[in-house]
Design a protein around this ligand. Structure first.
Ligand code: SAH
Length: 380
């Protein structure tokens, strides 16, 4: 398949390479970086590797020459907005909703925000969909709180897309592209959506982290659980837990789980996810995973299994050293960046830990990104 703006946008660097080739390249990259630790299993590809993104964002600007609003994507690296109304990686319905928002802005005589002139109001639009539930959230990110003809705008958008389950206005005076503030006004529905993953229900708020490719995410989590091989007796630590997904799935087969996460609203979602799923053996702490695990190591706390799923920058030396002190029997490391994974594995394998399994999962077809899950075991 071809994309008209692929060269300009830079979002799907590999779309012109056949998918089987892409997988081969990713496998080679993993092997180059990780074979010294352990054999790398064959990467799990996606059956239908298009339109997988369930979180879609589009930036808006006002075209003064043609006197209309334009939407598109930020060009990788430059900050320039490339005009486009469809992307082969994005949920199709989400693209259609964004196009409707743009047309409605024109017909309501509303404008995208112009940072230099400080006029207009809409900065960007975020659409999130629940893959299994079909629920749809639309977030209109505005520079200012005033929203002229708000009720009629919402009505018109719902008329175009009756499938939308919630609409939120996020007021963000801050100029950093595609960011959200904490100020959410729910204009329609519950203010969040839900999705199911590995048989559990998860709440997704406007800014909470949720993997963007649920089909592959399920495969990733299944692998993580297979590696952990829980029997029901283990105490488990889910570090960098986001909205608690991995820990909650593990809680069905563990004695007790503790989840740790830096983002406050993700922790709030994690707590309500636990309630919603009736999980009574899971607890969450909000804070820096490195600080928290260091305190736990100093207090001689023990865990049998530690899941870790840090952001692209990887974990910290403080975290890894404390982890070694805590001495879990198994560490299941989920990584979205094989370079930082290799760096962190080198620290963990210096003392006592051995890498037993490495498995790549293609969560981001047509892009350079690779997700990996590894099993490490303590060896005396
Ligand atoms: N395990 C989750 C989230 C993984 S993404 C899932 O699979 O959905 C990484 C998460 O780490 C994000 O939610 C981010 O907010 C969190 N994070 C980043 N730095 C952190 C830190 N220093 N301490 C704790 N959590 C952190």
């Amino acid at each position: 398949m071809e994309c008209k703006v692929n060269k300009k946008c830079g979002g799907c660097q590999n779309i012109s390479i056949p998918y089987s080739e892409q997988l081969k390249h990713k496998q080679e990259r993993l092997e180059n970086l990780l074979t010294d630790f352990c054999k790398v299993e064959k990467i799990i590809g996606m059956e239908n590797p298009y339109r997988y993104r369930n979180k879609v964002q589009s930036a808006f600007f006002f075209d003064y020459n043609h006197k209309k609003n334009v939407s598109g994507v930020y060009q990788s690296g430059s900050g320039k907005i490339i005009k486009t109304d469809s992307c082969l990686l994005e949920n199709e319905k989400a693209d259609k909703i964004i196009n409707s928002v743009r047309k409605l802005l024109d017909s309501f005589k509303l404008r995208a925000y112009d940072t230099k002139k400080d006029v207009g109001f809409l900065r960007h639009v975020l659409v999130r969909t629940g893959f299994n539930t079909g629920e749809i959230m639309v977030v209109l990110v505005t520079a200012k709180p005033a929203f002229q003809s708000k009720n009629n705008f919402v009505k018109a958008l719902l008329k175009d897309h009756p499938g939308i389950t919630t609409i939120i206005q996020n007021v963000n005076p801050n100029g950093i592209p595609l960011t959200l503030s904490q100020r959410n006004n729910t204009l329609y529905g519950r203010g969040y959506i839900e999705d199911t993953l590995c048989g559990m229900k998860f709440r997704i708020s406007p800014d909470s982290f949720y993997q963007v490719n649920p089909v592959q995410c399920e495969k990733l989590y299944d692998k993580a659980m297979e590696f952990a091989n829980l029997t029901g007796n283990e105490t488990v630590f889910d570090s960098y837990c986001g909205t608690g997904t991995i820990g909650l799935i593990a809680s069905k087969k563990a004695k007790q789980v503790l989840g740790v996460e830096l983002n406050k609203s993700a922790v709030k979602d994690a707590i309500s996810n636990a309630k919603e799923n009736g999980a009574e053996n899971i607890y969450f702490l909000c804070g820096d995973a490195g600080e928290i695990i260091e305190d736990m190591a100093n207090e001689n706390e023990k865990f049998d299994v530690v899941f870790m799923d840090p952001p692209r920058a990887g974990s910290s030396v403080k975290f890894l050293n404390s982890l070694i002190k805590i001495k879990p029997e198994k560490i299941v490391y989920v990584s979205c960046n094989p370079e930082t994974l290799a760096r962190d594995l080198a620290i963990l394998t210096k003392k006592h830990y051995r890498v037993k399994k490495i498995q790549g999962v293609d969560m981001f077809p047509h892009t350079k990104h690779i997700e990996t899950v590894c099993l490490l075991e303590w060896e005396k």
